[in-house]
Ligand binder design. Structure first.
Ligand SMILES: [Zn+2]
Length: 483
């Protein structure tokens, strides 16, 4: 690793703009290098990012205080996102099967509901991180109606001679309205500007929402919004069993990672410190070196708040991407590249098990609560239209048994709903600790009361007759169905 870095540094001194051609990747990668290059070329973006991220912090704070929540629809406690797969192919293996695509959705929905089983503490997840695993409660569903209201399978195949040399050239012509559908563009290969012939494989390159100033450096076309991913990083069967010669995508984590970017998550090792002056050559060099040698430990300062490179408090700072060239996972808790003493967290090991780092897919298994705050703010902001009830109807993704629940301002959620036996009550944002929980039937008869502990409560409703019931907390109510 050290040897490699030295070669890279000398390459940088020889040719700053052409740095990436000298950078050898043996493994798989996302689009970090090209992002760093673009920031160096467009230093003014850091000021815009500063503003954008300040707004993001405000939005998150507002949501956490229980104000400004979206009044959209939960289906069985989840936000449903209609998706369409655009299979861009040239009649080769990249024209993947429907079965392979379905494994992508199944596995993504496992991760997006924290139902993954690779969660053994001390083996898959460092003990200190267990309390901050986050459940996004999202469900991706194939669209059943296209933008014209016609029936669709949600899988559209496009024969295209450029299927193997793709960045943002082909996507716009195929995109469906990105405010209604998550467009997933599957291609043979991704050829990133300035990264041709590096020996590495760019598996995916999904942009942040179009409102994020970093996205505008890549494209201003909203039709490029979505997940751009190689066919062999989709699902875990068919071509995905041999991603860059390795069975590393067994759990579809490349897609989970790309989806994270789509939801406005950065790499945990990203650091675009605003302290860098891009007109200053030595600062430029510092920033470029971050990706090789690491200064990802540096702080970014925000109105008195110190943050780390990915703008998330509960992912420990990481000096550079975690990538090992063996087929094994690094032991959790074994890597600690930054020694910063973070208020509230102390000096923790790197969170190499985070979906937004670069370990092999079978080593990553969690988003954090801080990352979920960003996902929620994005779903309450730019991506809000996707999961609105009207859009679920328009895209045809609702099923007969789905019960829309208005979540406006009760401040808590009930799940699963409907339920047979256990009903979980959980505060969404408001502090309900020790609040009284009351369960009524539709005639207004009080059947049960109890107290929320640490904003959650689990009650057994197996003794209730089938039908509608109401849970009240602090005068607000939600209904549920006992099956
Ligand atoms: Zn990435």
């Amino acid at each position: 690793m050290v040897k490699k870095s030295i070669i890279i540094i000398s390459a940088l001194f020889i040719s700053f703009t052409g740095f990436s051609q000298h950078h050898e990747h043996k493994g798989i990668t996302c689009f970090h290098e090209i992002l760093m290059k673009k920031v160096a070329e467009n230093p003014q973006v850091l000021e815009q990012l500063d503003k954008y991220e300040a707004e993001m912090r405000d939005h998150i704070a507002k949501m956490k205080s229980g104000k400004g929540m979206a009044t959209d629809t939960l289906i069985n406690g989840k936000r449903i996102i209609p998706v369409v797969f655009h299979i861009i192919h040239n009649n080769g293996p990249e024209n993947i099967s429907e079965e392979q695509i379905m494994t992508c959705l199944e596995l993504a929905n496992i991760d997006l509901n924290m139902e993954n089983t690779d969660t053994v503490l001390g083996v898959n997840t460092y003990e200190g991180f267990s309390g901050r695993r986050a459940n996004p409660r999202l469900e991706l569903r194939l669209a059943r109606l296209d933008p014209d209201g016609n029936p669709t399978s949600g899988i559209i195949r496009h024969e295209d001679a450029n299927a193997n040399a793709n960045t943002y050239t082909d996507m716009p012509q195929y995109a469906w309205d990105a405010t209604k559908y998550l467009n997933i563009f599957s291609v043979g290969a991704i050829t990133v500007e300035g990264m041709a012939g590096t020996g590495g494989t760019v598996v995916g390159m999904s942009l942040f929402p179009p409102t994020n100033p970093l996205t505008a450096m890549f494209t201003s076309d909203p039709n490029c919004d979505g997940v751009l991913i190689r066919h062999d990083a989709i699902g875990n069967i068919g071509t995905a069993t041999d991603l860059v010669g390795k069975g590393i995508n067994a759990q579809n984590r490349s897609f989970t990672h790309e989806f994270g970017h789509y939801m406005n998550l950065y790499h945990t090792f990203q650091n675009l410190s605003e302290d860098w002056d891009m007109n200053n050559q030595s600062d430029q060099m510092d920033m470029m070196l971050t990706q090789f040698m690491g200064t990802g430990c540096d702080t970014v300062s925000y109105g008195g708040t110190k943050l780390y490179g990915d703008y998330v408090d509960d992912t420990p700072p990481v000096t550079a991407a975690t990538q090992d060239e063996t087929n094994d996972c690094l032991p959790v808790g074994s890597v600690n590249t930054c020694t910063n003493n973070i208020p509230g967290y102390g000096d923790e090991p790197d969170m190499i098990e985070n979906y937004m780092d670069y370990q092999w897919g079978f080593c990553a298994n969690m988003f954090t609560l801080g990352q979920l705050d960003r996902i929620n703010a994005t779903l309450d902001g730019y991506r809000r239209s996707l999961w609105q009830y009207e859009n679920l109807i328009e895209t045809g993704v609702l099923n007969y048994n789905d019960i829309p629940e208005q979540i406006n301002d009760s401040g808590f959620e009930l799940y699963p709903n409907p339920t047979n036996d256990i009903l979980n009550i959980k505060s969404k944002s408001v502090d309900f600790d020790n609040a009284q929980v009351e369960l009524y039937d539709l005639s207004g008869k009080l059947l049960l009361n109890n107290t929320l502990q640490e904003n959650t409560l689990r009650i057994d409703v197996s003794g209730l007759a089938s039908g509608f019931y109401i849970i009240k907390i602090n005068g607000k109510s939600e209904k549920f169905i006992k099956k």
